[in-house]
Design a protein around this ligand. Structure first.
Ligand SMILES: [Fe+2]
Ligand SMILES: [Fe+2]
Length: 270
């Protein structure tokens, strides 16, 4: 572990620089990060015969939990009413994945590593964009540290993916399908539900509504260079050239789609 909660300059918290929309996103992120323990458990089941990777997965899980704790502590500073334990219970009760099975839902160990890489692409891009967008200094520092961890996580899963691919054959089409599937899945279930569980007390869950509520805020933070960086990491994980003409075209397309979506969601709300 490169840092602890004691390394965060909590005394520098500046209430005058709070943005309530960002507080909502941070609450949601704290739940998803804290749930890292469940994913670490799942990885340990899938790689049960690989003690060195189990060790790596455990350490990784602890780091994700720490991200959750740091974000939750900041969210409680920003809004002392925030009840993290109750929100996390709500999240766990509603967002259910079978974390106790020994085989990957992605069909292979390589597929599982591609899915993990996609999540780290998402988190490293997101915390970098958040770091660049926020004005509150403590949150900025937390995001800087988390973003650095997430990119390191991507690298460790990518390294294990390369190792797994030495034993399993996985064609480009299959790799692309796993990657796209995991990206869609995050947004559809996990993030929308976390946003709901973190920010709503009474209302019933409405997937479309909370998916949009989350996307409008989160995607609005991203700038073109964040998207470009994310696309290059996705390309690398699926085995395509990360900086070639195809990656540049995909990146331009992803940026256009994201921008239009943010504009459309903002208009829908107005
Ligand atoms: Fe994380
Ligand atoms: Fe991570």
């Amino acid at each position: 572990m490169g840092w602890t909660l004691d390394d965060i300059p909590w005394d520098s918290f500046d209430r005058s620089r709070l943005d309530p929309e960002i507080v909502k996103l941070v609450r949601a992120a704290s739940l998803v990060e804290y749930n890292g323990a469940a994913y670490a458990h799942h990885l340990c089941r899938i790689f049960a015969d690989d003690p060195s990777f189990i060790e790596t997965a455990r350490r990784w899980g602890e780091e994700e939990i720490q991200h959750g704790k740091a974000l939750a502590r900041w969210a409680a500073l920003a809004d002392p009413e925030f009840d993290f334990d109750a929100a996390f219970r709500r999240f766990q009760a509603g967002f259910r994945v079978d974390f106790d099975c020994a085989t990957s839902r992605r069909g292979s160990r390589s597929g599982e590593m591609i899915a993990r890489c996609m999540v780290e692409v998402g988190t490293s891009t997101y915390y970098t964009a958040l770091r660049d967008a926020v004005h509150e200094p403590v949150l900025k520092e937390i995001c800087r540290r988390i973003a650095a961890d997430e990119i390191r996580h991507y690298k460790l899963f990518y390294k294990n993916l390369t190792r797994c691919l030495g034993r399993e054959q996985l064609g480009l089409w299959h790799r692309l399908r796993v990657a796209a599937g995991r990206i869609v899945e995050s947004e559809d279930d996990e993030l929308a539900y976390a946003y709901f569980a973190a920010n709503e007390n009474a209302a019933a869950y409405d997937r479309k509504r909370y998916k949009q509520a989350y996307a409008r805020r989160a995607y609005g933070l991203c700038r073109e260079h964040h998207v470009m960086h994310g696309v290059s990491l996705i390309f690398r994980a699926v085995g395509l050239h990360p900086f070639g003409a195809l990656a540049r075209a995909a990146s331009r397309l992803a940026w256009q789609i994201m921008r239009h979506r943010v504009i459309r969601l903002a208009k829908a709300r107005a």
